[in-house]
Design a protein around this ligand. Structure first.
Ligand code: SF4
Ligand code: ZN
Ligand code: ZN
Length: 330
């Protein structure tokens, strides 16, 4: 950006240009702008209505750690308790570093954090389960993470699980599902909020629903948020998703703010009805399923020879927080 342009709000030199808002901002005012935007999203979609305790899913990447920082900073204003949770997938060095950065971040913010080890829950790491099932990594990982996060929130009495999905990823995912998705219900999963069902589904909230990926990156750099630089060894973007992202970026460049307007339109359809109401309890573990047996019990009937849902629930119940203000992170 032009080094002589002044901040719209003060006399300092601007360091960020926000095209869709036609604003040039200094570091301090960008931070304020970003945080307000997130708080407005929470208000617009009533993400915290009736919520007292929020479990924030932390991968160790910048999206979830930026989310954690802002929620933690405004927790009194929002009237909520914030706790972190991280699932250690057992992916070698990547998982070790993720775990370390998550624990450090929670400790620095004075927040409690749960660490869930997949190996301890299911006796296998993600790598070992991939070997056994031959499923695509992200599909298997997604199934496990969805089950574990939801069950953990129910077992630990949290009202909502917050995730760091941002505008760019959500739009690509939603458009991809519309073009080639199999089931309509899948499309509804990335709404700003998916309201839960008592004892079965925890409410899912996505406070970064209207936040661009670049905005998170800039905020994370300006606020010096420690996060994992490495990406998951399985992360990859297929050609269709890459083309959708490219098309959206082209339109955004010509019409700044287009992505936010599109996300708002999509939210209107997805907020009307969620597929959660149609879920029935799994016959083995009582967690949600569409056909009487949940995805985890189905999977573990093959990998373990028995449904592991109930055992996993029991293990989750016994997990203790890893960090509190009065103790040291392990
Ligand atoms: Fe899981 Fe890695 Fe795929 Fe993310 S990229 S869903 S962490 S396997
Ligand atoms: Zn300023
Ligand atoms: Zn089950």
């Amino acid at each position: 950006m032009n080094t002589r342009v002044k901040c719209k709000k003060c006399e300092k030199i601007a360091v960020v240009r926000v095209p869709y808002a036609k604003l040039n901002l200094c570091s301090e005012h960008y931070e304020e702008f970003f945080e307000r935007k997130m708080l407005k999203t929470i208000e617009r979609y009533r993400l915290l209505r009736g919520v007292e305790k929020v479990l924030v899913a932390l991968s160790g990447g910048k999206d979830s750690l930026v989310l954690l920082r802002v929620l933690s900073k405004y927790k009194s204003v929002l009237g909520v308790e914030i706790t972190g949770v991280h699932i250690d997938l057992g992916l070698g060095e990547y998982s070790e570093e993720s775990r370390r950065v998550v624990l450090e971040s929670c400790r620095d913010l004075g927040l409690e954090c749960y660490i869930i080890s997949l190996k301890e829950l299911l006796d296998y790491t993600l790598l070992e389960l991939l070997e056994k099932t031959k499923r695509p990594p992200c599909s298997l990982c997604g199934l496990l993470k969805r089950y574990i996060l939801n069950t953990a929130a129910i077992e630990w009495n949290f009202n909502a699980v917050a995730t760091g999905h941002h505008l760019d990823d959500i739009l690509v995912y939603r458009l991809r599902e519309m073009l080639i998705g199999q089931r309509e219900s899948e499309v509804l999963k990335l709404a700003p909020i998916t309201r839960g069902v008592q004892g079965l589904y925890a409410t899912r909230i996505r406070p970064l629903y209207e936040v661009y990926e670049w905005e998170i990156k800039v905020y994370s750099e300006l606020c010096k948020i420690k996060h994992l630089e490495k990406t998951c060894p399985f992360k990859y973007r297929d050609e269709i998703s890459a083309s959708i992202a490219e098309m959206l970026n082209k339109i955004e460049n010509k019409a700044p703010g287009f992505k936010i307007a599109l996300a708002r339109r999509l939210a209107k359809t997805s907020l009307r009805e969620t597929p959660l109401q149609q879920a029935t309890p799994c016959q083995y573990c009582n967690m949600p399923s569409s056909s009487g047996i949940c995805a985890l019990c189905k999977l573990t009937l093959k990998t373990h020879g028995k449904p592991m849902g109930l055992i996993l629930r029991e293990k989750l119940r016994n997990i203790k927080v890893n960090y509190t203000e009065n103790s040291t992170a392990s």
